[in-house]
Each structure stands twice: as C-alpha cells, then as structure tokens.
Design a protein around this ligand. Structure first.
Ligand code: ATP
Ligand code: MG
Length: 137
C-alpha cells in the first residue's frame, strides 16, 4: 500500500463537482484514508507550492488556490502516487487523455480541478503540511 496526497482545487468545489471527482477516485481503487474541507490563505498556498516560487504563474496560482474552499485528502492504494497522476491527466486539460479527471472537469491549465503528489518525498511533505499524525492513525 502506498499513500499519496490530493487536493480538490477551488474550481472543483465551486462548480459542485466534489462528489463526481471523489467517485472517479474511488472507482479507480483509491481508498480515502483522510479528508477535510478548508480554505487556505495566499501565504499557506505559497508554502505548499514553494517549489514553484520562481515561476511566472506563482502569484496567480496562489491567488487561485486561496480563492475558496478546497478538500485536502490522503489516498491509499498500491502504486497510489503514479496511478493518481495517471487518473488526473496532463496539467493542461487540452492535453489530458479521455477518461481523466482533468479532461472531464478542468477548465484551464491553472484551474485544473485537482492536485496529486508527484513523488514519494513530495507526498510525505504534502501529507505533513495538511495532516497531523493522529488524523491518519
Ligand atoms: P499539481 O502540482 O497541482 O498536481 P501538476 O503537477 O500537473 O499540478 P505543476 O507543474 O506542478 O503541475 O504546476 C502546479 C500547478 O500550477 C498546476 O496544477 C496549475 O494549477 C498551475 N500551473 C502550472 N503551469 C501553469 C501555467 N503555465 N500557467 C498557469 N498555471 C499553471
Ligand atoms: Mg505538481
């Protein structure tokens, strides 16, 4: 079993697509180990996406991620990290394959519905950023 971290971004929650995206995750074999709804500040979004601090889209991205409620979650499955990335589809929905979450629900390269960790180390950092140990016991 492997754990990964995911966010339903503000566009998904705003459009009422939370349940539909969670259903796709469960249908693909992911178990929701922990989930919570919250709103984050621009500063908290900047801490989460710190690896992108030098990118041109960083200011816009952190404004977007702090623009409304999100769901943060820990998902469990064999090969969860790679399998979630596959289920999400390409960052830009224009390049996302049929059957992926972003193909179905993302509106743009920025408002792209969902986040998923891209490696074991980032999954560990991201889970720890939003969840305390007792929430995953
Ligand atoms: P995420 O990290 O959210 O799972 P990703 O790994 O597919 O997405 P990254 O390159 O890590 O893509 O970019 C992080 C997020 O920044 C993207 O999901 C998207 O919301 C935003 N983003 C990426 N590239 C651009 C861009 N060129 N213009 C605007 N926003 C962008
Ligand atoms: Mg990424």
């Amino acid at each position: 079993m492997q754990r990964t971290f995911s966010i339903l971004k503000p566009d998904t929650v705003r459009k009422g697509q939370t349940g539909a995206v969670l259903a796709m995750m469960e249908a693909a074999g992911f178990r929701i180990a922990a989930i919570k709804k919250l709103s984050i500040s621009k500063q908290q979004a900047a801490g989460f996406y710190a690896v992108h601090a030098q990118r041109s889209f960083f200011d816009s991205l952190t404004t977007f991620m702090s623009s409304g409620p999100i769901f943060v979650m820990v998902l469990e499955k064999e090969n969860a990290i790679a399998d979630l990335r596959k289920l999400m589809g390409a960052t830009n929905p224009a390049n996302a394959e049929e059957g992926t979450i972003r193909k179905k629900f993302a509106g743009s390269i920025e408002e792209n519905a969902v986040h998923g960790s891209d490696a074991e180390e980032t999954a560990a950092f991201e889970i720890g950023y939003f969840f305390a140990g007792y929430e995953l016991a």
